[in-house]
Design a binder for this molecule. Structure first.
Ligand code: BYC
Length: 309
């Protein structure tokens, strides 16, 4: 074992942080760039489904809350791209990989937002799933990722509460509003369970990522935690989760639940979800529209540095 390998192994064994200048195996660097980039892309693409409702929010208060939330997601994307850059990745290159379909983003953002209740359900279930997944990532072995995650989780908690409060308000409204909430829950429940990734026996990356302490829990463990957390919240809200197999299992001390449609997850991840083409086309357009800003900023920086044009 080289000195670098030994220090890396000790760092992981002692639950300490790996920092950007430390020696790390190529596979660890590659895995971290893959996960951080995919996470950053999810935050940026995740602005679209809710962003569509900013101009149609039912009041000034709801509009201000939604604007702030969507801006937070942009901020999360930026912290994460910065964390990927500490590993030698180039932000422009990562964006190109996203719009050329060479890097993934979360499957959840390929579903449409059909009513304002979807904004509430995204806050409750999608941000709720994100928190379940991301709180353990605050202890992820790669320092810049774990530290970015602490701030992100604080903001996601606020997002989840605003979603739940919105839904509580709608559930106290008219029968039509209650129906809108139930319809949104029916459409988002199963895709939210899929955010945790494939089942453990079909998750090729989990074993190595857990050995490196990047991931602290398996996909199924976190999915179960999310189900257990959501059932009482659904009861308090007065909505039904669309799974006839949901039942408390006294022996296990957890809720049993039905099997998500894993073929659907595979289809959505491979580009064939309801909104994949629209999401990427929009991201590509935003990238092209912003090209002149990047060119102007680069020219300004070069001029200040005294580089001839
Ligand atoms: N969607 O071996 P596995 C947010 C891929 S945004 C798409 O289990 P791993 C928010 C996986 O990448 C929250 N792809 O992988 C924003 C792998 O493919 P590659 C986003 C998925 O990495 C706005 C393959 O399937 N959160 O909070 O061990 C508004 C096999 O999977 C998905 C994160 O990104 C999926 N659902 O575990 C509101 C969290 N599932 O890369 C909210 C950070 C799996 O080998 N990421 N794949 O080509 C993670 O924790 C892990 O990467 C995952 C997957 C649990 C997602």
């Amino acid at each position: 074992m080289t000195d670098g390998e030994q220090v890396f192994a000790d760092t992981i064994a002692k639950d300490q942080r790996v920092e950007p200048r430390d020696w790390m195996p190529d596979g660890y660097r590659k895995t971290m760039i893959r996960q951080i980039a995919q996470h950053a892309h999810s935050e940026i693409i995740g602005m679209q489904p809710e962003g569509e409702w900013i101009t149609r929010a039912p009041s000034l208060r709801r509009k201000a809350i939604l604007l702030a939330k969507v801006q937070d997601e942009a901020g999360h994307g930026l912290y994460l791209y910065s964390a990927a850059e500490t590993l030698g990745a180039d932000r422009g290159d990562l964006t190109r990989r996203l719009i050329e379909g060479r890097q993934k983003y979360s499957s959840i953002f390929n579903y449409p937002t059909l009513s304002f209740a979807d904004v509430g359900v995204i806050g409750w279930l999608v941000d709720g799933a994100a928190i379940c997944n991301q709180v353990p990532l605050c202890r992820s072995s790669f320092g810049p990722y774990g530290r970015a995650m602490i701030r992100i989780c604080k903001e996601e908690s606020f997002h989840q509460r605003q979603g739940y409060e919105l839904l509580m308000t709608m559930m106290g409204g008219t029968p039509a509003q209650r129906e809108m909430v139930q319809d949104a829950v029916n459409r988002w429940w199963w895709p939210s369970l899929m955010m945790f990734g494939p089942p453990d026996d079909q998750s090729p990356n989990s074993a190595q990522s857990m050995a490196w302490k990047i991931k602290r829990h398996s996909n199924d463990e976190l999915r179960q935690r999310f189900v257990d957390m959501s059932v009482p919240q659904a009861e308090a809200l007065g909505v039904t989760l669309p799974d006839p197999e949901l039942a408390w299992n006294t022996e296990r001390g957890h809720y049993d639940y039905g099997t998500p449609d894993w073929d659907e997850l595979k289809r959505v991840i491979s580009g064939d979800g309801p909104c994949n083409a629209q999401r990427i086309a929009h991201r590509r357009r935003a990238d092209e529209d912003g090209a002149w800003v990047r060119e102007a900023a680069a020219a300004h920086a070069a001029k200040r540095a005294g580089v001839p044009a």
